[in-house]
Design a protein around this ligand. Structure first.
Ligand code: ADP
Ligand code: ZN
Length: 622
């Protein structure tokens, strides 16, 4: 069995990285030894290496090939290309291949020439494919199953794919082969579902911190969304970014507006022809500075490291979706922004979509709870990151890198209003032995008489009309906040009635202050919120002097040409950070290039001379 030090050697020589990050070391060691694992790591955390390194180590030890199951057919070509660049033997089998190409790959597989094989989940239902696996298994050359995007197996996840349910077959048919399931979706419900659906009860779970410290979160109220977006992207001149919208029509119109404003922007949604979609995706991956305007159909598995911003013009369905989408920014660890506008219409729309869906009551209840949690995040006046991480069960401190930390919003003290609402819930429960919905509750607090208040005699309660000074909008935002704080519980079923719980008591007693964001005003929003502290996002990966910048751009131009020749995205050849490190070091020899992060031995051999040549030519021209 390969050891951790074998893995460390592979990390250095194949990928050119010094050290494992976070849980990577523990994961690769566990998997190399044949253990099953469930890996939860945020987007950009480095999941690929968690199976690629054990795959290489196990293949080197004669234990056979790693099958990577992934729903991302459109990206397999680039993923495999990246492995080839690093000198790893890999291939994919999916519907884009001709019969002849697929046949060749099958033969290579049977000859034991492959270290990794990527395949789409539907293959597992294909008898020809299973016969292939049978043949490998019979020779003891089926080394590892890696199930990427494992949340696709769960109906609670946001990318449910029925084909994933069939993956238990792999385990049933080849119980001796270790399995590694990976996902960036980490809420408890989805996690439990993955374990159950994929029969991973005995797998070790590796849960990483979900923090993405380089991403700055900003959530603003929706006023004139397109104008707000244009102001936001102005800070990102020349950067790659993604703008998410809910509908296809909106995607089209926003992309047009950006183009009109002089930005390179492309639309992407499920209504476009698949060849157009693929073309737009390829351009986004291969060109610099493109803005992709998209529905959520875009983005899963996109591993472009230098996406500098993700903007939401409409609110996602839940925090998992928000986190996954925003996580596509800044995979390279450099500063990036997640920016969202949201408004009441979004909330109403999302609610209606849930209410009107044909799903079961249980499903709807879960979805409503998730929506409320996202609302709580949007309404928060304290650190966004603390809230996000708390949602994933992680404790943290105010981050200093979100809008609320950088610019604490004006708040009003809603403690009294919250107490009035809660004590009304209490009195109604005492009076009627049951709970009521938010609308009725607010009517009682505001003393708004109607048939229902009369019918139940609620105009006789001691809290009748105690909060007449508040508008309904104010009380509603207090309720949203209480829901978000968990200080009031929603009883599911048809009516969503509100009840007290343990967390209500301290609020009721006035021990917990409830502070709410003041609604901001459109006029104020224009000039404001651009103080010096919210400086522009840094663009260069490292600080370079003018000579360094020249070398950096010469290397980038060279890389663009190589990437075109290989039909791969530029970052697959070298990341920006690697080029910047080269520019800074001013290498004179191949030896000087060794040890630069991202410079594995295959790349050094393939490109080392060319890199030195680029720098030499530049020096001579100066
Ligand atoms: P994920 O699949 O978890 O979203 P990736 O596997 O794409 O993330 O990794 C994100 C980025 O981090 C990639 O560009 C990868 O090359 C880089 N990376 C991963 N592990 C390491 C490491 N140990 N050292 C340096 N860079 C790493
Ligand atoms: Zn913060």
């Amino acid at each position: 069995m390969p050891s951790l030090s074998d893995c460390q050697h592979i990390l250095r020589s194949v990928f050119g990285y010094d050290q494992f990050r976070g849980e990577q070391a523990a994961i690769v060691e566990h998997v190399c030894q044949g253990g099953d694992a469930l890996v939860l790591m945020p987007t950009g955390g480095g999941k690929s290496l968690c199976y690629q390194i054990p795959a290489i180590a196990r293949a080197q030890a004669g234990l056979g090939v790693c099958l990577v199951v992934s729903p991302l057919i459109a990206l397999m070509h680039d993923q495999v290309g990246a492995l080839h660049e690093a000198g790893v033997s890999a291939a994919f089998l999916n519907s884009t291949l001709s019969h002849e190409e697929a046949h060749q790959i099958e033969q290579a597989l049977l000859r034991g020439e492959l270290t990794l094989l990527y395949a789409a989940p539907e293959r597992v239902n294909n008898s020809r494919f299973l016969a292939l696996l049978d043949a490998l298994a019979a020779q003891g050359r089926l080394g590892l199953f890696a199930i990427d995007e494992a949340h696709c197996v769960s109906q609670w996840g946001h990318d449910f794919r029925p084909e994933y349910r069939a993956l238990t077959l792999l385990h049933e048919r080849y119980p001796q082969v270790p399995r590694l399931a990976l996902t960036a979706t980490a809420d408890a419900l989805t996690r439990e579902d993955i374990v159950e659906r994929l029969q991973l009860q005995d797998a070790r779970q590796f849960v990483s911190s979900f923090d993405r410290p380089n991403i700055r979160y900003t959530i603003v109220e929706k006023q004139t969304p397109l104008q707000q977006l244009l102001r936001f992207v102005r800070e990102h001149e020349g950067d790659s970014g993604i703008v998410y919208c809910q509908s296809r029509r909106k995607v089209e119109s926003v992309a047009e507006a950006l183009v009109e404003a002089g930005y390179a922007a492309l639309p992407y949604h499920a209504g476009l022809d698949s060849s157009v979609r693929q073309h737009h995706q390829d351009r986004f991956l291969r060109e610099e500075g493109l803005i992709m305007v998209a529905t959520i159909a875009f983005g899963m598995g996109i591993d472009k490291p230098d996406v500098r911003f993700v903007a939401h013009l409409d609110m996602p369905k839940n925090i998992e979706g928000y986190y996954q989408e925003t996580g596509r920014a800044g995979r390279d660890g450099l500063p990036a922004q997640a920016w969202m506008v949201y408004g009441l219409a979004d909330v109403v729309q999302q609610r209606r979509m849930i209410d009107e869906s044909p799903a079961s009551d249980e499903f709807k209840r879960v979805q409503r709870g998730k929506l409320d949690a996202l609302l709580g995040l949007a309404e928060a006046s304290d650190c966004r990151r603390v809230r996000l991480l708390a949602y994933f069960g992680e404790e943290s401190h105010a981050c200093g890198n979100c809008d609320n930390c950088l610019q604490p919003p004006a708040t009003w003290d809603a403690t009294e209003a919250a107490r009035m609402l809660l004590s009304t819930i209490y009195r109604i429960a005492q009076h009627d032995g049951r709970s009521f919905g938010a609308g009725h509750l607010m009517d009682v607090v505001r003393g708004k008489a109607n048939d229902k208040t009369a019918l139940y005699g609620h105009d006789q309660l001691s809290t009748w009309g105690v909060g007449q000074q508040y508008s309904e909008a104010q009380l509603r935002s207090v309720l949203r906040q209480l829901l978000a704080m968990g200080a009031v519980a929603v009883r599911g079923g048809d009516f969503n009635t509100l009840e007290l719980n343990d967390a209500s008591r301290p609020v009721l007693r006035g021990e917990v202050p409830v502070l709410l964001r003041e609604p901001s005003h459109p006029a104020a929003a224009r000039g404001q919120r651009r103080p010096a502290r919210l400086g522009a996002v840094v663009k260069a990966p490292v600080a370079l002097d003018s000579g360094g910048l020249l070398r950096y751009s010469a290397l980038k131009a060279w890389r663009a040409q190589v990437a075109r020749d290989h039909n791969l995205p530029a970052y697959v050849i070298f990341h920006d950070a690697t080029l910047a490190a080269i520019a800074q070091r001013q290498p004179q020899s191949l030896g000087d290039l060794e040890g630069i992060s991202g410079m594995g031995s295959q790349k050094l051999q393939a490109y080392g001379e060319a890199v030195l040549h680029v720098l030499e030519e530049l020096a001579q021209a100066q």
